[in-house]
Ligand binder design. Structure first.
Ligand code: GLV
Ligand code: GLV
Length: 327
């Protein structure tokens, strides 16, 4: 049997490329900084038995139909898969895999780092020094919000939400969480369940760790920010479109809430003239939740193993739509 051909949409760490090359012919999108354009993606999928893609690559029914029937698996190098229309893939018998588990702690670390940076004004402080506006010490200069002992409200009780709860417990925080349904794991960590409105009213820190779906798109708007405390810090390390950015801008500018730490934005990458960046009380980083050498290598390796398993006739480790395997 001839070796399967697979398309890989970004250069991966060598450990992951080696896994793929052992059994497959690889075509690689050669540009490291620029995602493969949509028409080019279709052309590559047409010639491939499977593809390893990034969250910047969009897959829907139209793309799959244009690409034709050859490609049987999309291995997404991310835990989130809102870039892929799963129903459209399932309908066409295309298996989708993601990378859960391997990035949980790393992403929780970044969420907690943003919480701390926003509460203690780290980005603003650095910008102040760089602008040569540090004139001396004074009692209420650059005062932030206390973290130890504060109340954190975690929205989303998945793996990453639980890992954030563990970190918060180490800071003696009172733990609240909201989720579609109560979570025994969260309860075991000492977190109390709240309806979303009550969580927003009671929390000093609101940390969003939900997947993006039809249910969560635009979940945080004017009403939600107005329910929060004027001293509240809002952290989004999940997906940008969960937040209505215009409402968040007003909340921060008009003092409905105190600060925000953001890893994700409605349309990425954002440019330097994005309105949120004009606010001193915004700490922004460029979607780096899982970005450590170790974790990105693990994600690439897991995605590679999933891809190779499917194109060589085996079962993937972490399928999103396993029902395709039984079709
Ligand atoms: C990153 O945002 C991921 O979903 O892995
Ligand atoms: C992702 O792994 C999550 O469940 O939060």
């Amino acid at each position: 049997m001839s070796r399967p051909t697979v398309f890989v949409s970004r250069k991966l760490p060598e450990a992951a490329m080696a896994i793929i090359r052992r059994t497959c012919e690889v075509t690689l999108w050669p540009e490291e900084e620029r995602p493969v354009p949509p028409n080019e993606l279709v052309a590559r999928l047409r010639e491939a038995d499977g593809a390893l893609l990034m969250l910047s690559d969009r897959i829907d029914g139209a793309v799959l139909d244009a690409a034709g029937p050859r490609c049987r698996v999309i291995a997404n190098m991310a835990v989130g898969y809102d870039n892929i229309d799963i129903a459209a893939c399932t309908q066409r018998g295309v298996l989708v895999t993601n990378t859960p588990g391997v990035l949980t702690d790393t992403t929780a670390d970044l969420a907690f780092a943003l919480l701390m940076a926003a509460a203690r004004r780290l980005g603003e402080g650095q910008r102040l020094i760089q602008a040569d506006r540090w004139t001396g010490w004074s009692p209420m200069f650059m005062v932030g919000q206390e973290i130890t002992g504060a109340t954190i409200g975690i929205v989303g009780a998945g793996r990453i939400g639980q890992a954030v709860a563990k970190r918060a417990a180490g800071f003696d925080m009172r733990l609240l969480y909201h989720n579609r349904k109560p979570s025994a794991d969260m309860a075991a960590l000492g977190a109390e369940y709240r309806g979303l409105d009550d969580l927003l009213r009671e929390s000093d820190f609101v940390v969003v760790l939900l997947p993006l779906s039809a249910e969560t798109r635009g979940l945080f708007g004017e009403r939600e920010f107005r329910l929060m405390k004027p001293t509240a810090v809002f952290v989004n390390a999940a997906r940008g479109p969960i937040v209505q950015e215009g409402a968040l801008y007003r909340a921060l500018q008009e003092g409905w809430i105190w600060a925000a730490g953001l890893d994700v934005f409605a349309a990425e990458p954002i440019r330097a003239d994005h309105p949120l960046l004009s606010l001193d009380n915004v700490t922004a980083v460029p979607h780096i939740g899982s970005a450590t050498v170790q974790t990105r290598t693990r994600m690439a390796t897991l995605a590679a193993e999933n891809l190779v398993a499917v194109v060589t006739g085996g079962r993937p480790i972490t399928p999103v739509n396993p029902q395709v395997l039984d079709q």
